[in-house]
Design a protein around this ligand. Structure first.
Ligand SMILES: O=c1[nH]c(=O)c2nc[nH]c2[nH]1
Length: 476
């Protein structure tokens, strides 16, 4: 069947096109056109023959021989791939180290030193493959990576990701100011090498449309304090000229915010620094945003800028509790970031759980201080909302909501087969979960199993990973 034109999955299919609304097709069918890697149709199948489904979806005559069918097992379901909107590839080299330090000390003691080692391309060649494989094993089909300041190591990172078949934004980190001597660059180097990196990455992939390109360069001023005004302005220009996304850090920690203020005293806020240099817009991802003023959130909303919520790292570096209900209420797009190595794990499932813990801690502390929590403010984040943040929410943050994030017809097939009864699974069997085994409504039973998935599962449950219709990881 290697030459079949279409693939069909039958079984339970789950996604969240809208925040908080799980769409569960218990007896679902999903068809893929292998030549484009796109979904041609998703529906309840109710036993309809495959040929009829495809003829209905495509409006063409289809023969049975053109269809390869995969029937999901009773404990399996299909879902959109996880989207990690913020992670640092070189920081896998010191995962789990230094979590007793606040941000600026952690950067100075560990981060800059480890990243500076990537001046040796040999290290990048040896190291990045294992890091990327680990991200993929965790079900991340699309990630926004920071590299280092080094052109060659970043090129190796981009090639490694493309060879692994993962979708990614990859950024050459820019640091021409206020950075250690052993890990900084001149303004000219920062700008020229960013442009060279853009040309290398785009040139290596021909003229394919932006949404089918696997690896896209992303303009990456590390954070405002690490860049001169000239560098920030030039990076804004490069993003416009090449129509590229932008990523950086914003309002993560009080000392960092003070540092940014000292570096740009002419700006009224940290957010204003990026705004003034043309770096905000609907293709910009700002990570953290833990300590934002009301005025800053208005700038974010008015410019269409997105937020990568990185709850794991916000806990481990003690940065604080970001209020995503407040962001969502303002209409600011929000997705999840693992922020390795501020965060200790590349698991988006962990980020989902940490997002829930952050939200519960915020609600509890506000209640204790007597705040009135009316409306959504006092409602704990539900599993279906976490599911959205990890998939469709992430796609919106990455500017790809039309092409990714859910399993609707027309979208690229970036998806995961989840096996709840995988070997050594942390998710208990249905039989041992009385609350589920006694239910007669199959949709309700799946809803509870999905809650268990969100709170209990790990990479052992992620049995297949697809990007653009290609299988890039399989446990069997
Ligand atoms: O969590 C973080 N990780 C980093 O590497 C970084 N650099 C600036 N600000 C940062 N925050």
């Amino acid at each position: 069947m290697a030459h079949a034109k279409f693939s069909l999955f039958t079984g339970c299919i789950v996604d969240t096109p809208v925040m908080g609304e799980l769409r569960i097709l218990v007896n679902g069918a999903l068809g893929i056109d292998r030549s484009t890697g796109r979904i041609v149709g998703t529906s309840e199948s109710s036993g309809t023959p495959a040929k009829e489904l495809f003829e209905h979806w495509t409006g063409q005559q289809v023969s049975e021989a053109d269809i390869e069918t995969t029937g999901l097992l009773a404990d399996q379901f299909l879902m959109p791939g996880f989207i990690d909107t913020h992670t640092h590839a070189p920081q896998f080299s010191f995962l789990g180290i230094g979590h007793d330090l606040p941000l600026m000390d952690w950067l100075n003691k560990y981060t800059f030193k480890h990243e500076s080692e990537f001046k040796d391309p040999e290290l990048a060649r040896k190291f990045y493959k294992g890091a990327i494989d680990r991200v993929i094993r965790n079900g991340v089909t699309f990630a926004a990576y920071y590299g280092t300041i080094h052109l060659e190591a970043n090129r190796i990172l981009a090639d490694t990701i493309r060879n692994a078949g993962q979708r990614a934004f990859v950024g050459k980190v820019c640091m021409d100011a206020n950075s250690p001597d052993y890990y900084s660059e001149s303004t000219a180097e920062s700008i020229e090498q960013t442009e060279e990196f853009i040309k290398q990455v785009l040139g290596g992939q021909g003229n394919c449309p932006a949404d089918t390109r696997l690896v896209t360069p992303i303009i990456t001023p590390r954070f405002a304090p690490s860049c001169s005004s000239e560098c920030l302005g030039a990076l804004g220009e490069l993003a416009k000229r090449y129509q590229l996304p932008i990523q950086s850090h914003l309002c993560e920690n009080p000392s960092e915010i003070e540092f940014a203020r000292q570096c740009f005293p002419e700006c009224t806020s940290y957010t204003e620094i990026y705004h003034k240099h043309g770096l905000l817009g609907n293709h910009t991802i700002m990570a953290h945003c833990v300590h934002m003023t009301a005025e800053e959130l208005v700038i974010m909303r008015d410019t269409g800028t997105s937020i990568s919520h990185c709850p794991t790292s916000n806990f481990t570096l003690g940065s604080g509790l970001a209020d995503i209900r407040r962001f969502v209420a303002q209409g600011i797009p929000v997705g999840l970031g693992t922020d390795v190595g501020g965060g200790y794990t590349p698991s988006i499932l962990d980020a989902m759980r940490m997002a829930a813990a952050t939200n519960r801690a915020l609600i509890a502390s506000r209640r204790l201080s007597g705040e009135d929590l009316s409306g959504r403010d006092g409602v704990p984040l539900e599993a279906a909302e976490m599911f959205f943040l990890a998939t469709q929410g992430g796609a919106r943050v990455m500017g790809m909501a039309e092409s990714l994030g859910s399993l609707d017809a027309g979208k690229l097939f970036d998806a995961l087969v989840i096996d709840l009864s995988a070997h050594a699974s942390p998710v208990p069997s249905v039989e041992s979960t009385f609350a589920i085994s006694c239910l007669s409504d199959p949709v309700e039973a799946w809803r509870l199993r999905l809650e268990q998935f969100v709170f209990l599962a790990d990479d052992r449950n992620i049995s297949r990973v697809y990007v653009g219709g290609n299988l890039i990881h399989s446990k069997c």
